[in-house]
Write a protein of this length. Structure first.
Length: 175
C-alpha cells in the first residue's frame, strides 16, 4: 500500500495493474484504488497520483459525506420511500396500462430516477427526504417513460394528464 500526502494528511492508496490502456483513479467505500497498465513503471503511477492528490482528497471528503448522508436518511425513511414507490407503481400501472420489469431504490447520484430501455425503473434513495407528492411525481415521470422513452411533447402531456400540478413538484426537486 502506497501513500500520498495532501493538506497534511497521509492518504493510502492501492495500485492494481491490469490489461488496460489508460490509468485511472477510483474512490470507492472511502478507499483509493489506482488502476494502471501492467507495463507502466511504478514511478509514473506515483507521479500521476501526486498530480491528482487534491482531486483524491476532495473525492474522499465527498465520499465520506455520501456515507454519512445514507446513515442520516435512515432505515425508516427508506422504508417509507419503498412503500410510496410501490403504491405509486401499482396506481399508475393500472391507469397507464404498463408495468416495469424491475423497480429498484438505490443511491443514484445523477438523477432522481431513471427508466432503462429494458423497462427497469430506478428511484434515488435521496427522495426519502422529499414529500410524498414529489416522490409520486418522480415515479409517474419514470412510468411515462415506459410509453415514451424521451421528453417529447407527448411525454409531458401524459405526465400532465395524470398530474396536472407536476411542475410544482418538479420545482421542489431543485431545492
Amino acid at each position: 500500500m502506497e501513500k500520498i500526502e495532501y493538506n497534511g494528511e497521509k492518504i493510502p492508496y492501492i495500485i492494481i495493474k491490469s490489461k488496460i490502456k489508460n490509468m485511472y483513479i477510483q474512490i470507492k467505500d472511502e478507499k483509493v484504488i489506482v488502476k494502471a497498465p501492467i507495463q507502466l513503471k511504478e514511478k509514473y503511477v506515483k507521479e500521476f497520483v501526486n498530480k491528482k492528490s487534491k482531486w483524491i482528497y476532495e473525492g474522499l471528503k465527498k465520499n465520506k459525506v455520501k456515507s454519512k448522508t445514507e446513515e442520516k436518511i435512515g432505515q425508516k425513511k427508506i422504508e417509507r420511500l419503498t412503500r410510496i414507490v410501490e403504491k405509486t407503481i401499482n396506481k399508475y400501472s393500472k391507469v397507464l396500462n404498463v408495468k416495469p420489469n424491475k423497480v429498484r431504490i438505490k443511491n443514484i447520484k445523477y438523477a432522481w430516477g431513471s427508466c432503462s430501455s429494458q423497462r427497469n425503473i430506478s428511484i434515488s434513495m435521496q427522495l426519502a427526504r422529499k414529500e410524498e407528492k414529489v416522490i409520486e411525481y418522480v415515479v409517474l415521470h419514470e412510468m411515462c417513460h415506459l410509453i415514451y422513452m424521451n421528453h417529447s411533447k407527448n411525454f409531458w402531456k401524459l405526465v400532465e394528464e395524470y398530474m396536472p400540478e407536476y411542475k410544482e413538484y418538479k420545482k421542489k426537486l431543485k431545492i
